[in-house]
Design a protein around this ligand. Sequence first.
Ligand SMILES: [Zn+2]
Length: 92
Amino acid sequence: MEKEKKPRACWKCGCKEIKIEDCGYSSFNVGWAECTGCGYKVKLGCCGCFPHDEIVNYWNSSKQRLKKSLGEAKKEAARIKAELAEGASDGG
Ligand SMILES: [Zn+2]
């Protein structure tokens, strides 16, 4: 029997009971992981079939992924600010 990958404890509340729904259990073709402690949920997509391990990996990296998104959003915000500042000098 293959060893199932275990999800990490929730980074929001520390709860270790993480519910994994993969295509084997769900009637919908979605994969997601949900913390039973605080209800924090990550979803892989609205279509397609995701294996258990992939969902666990996604759950385990959810914090890092959010941090990365924040970094990218900050860069984008800086770019937009700079663009707006250029416009201001036109007397707009
Ligand atoms: Zn939680």
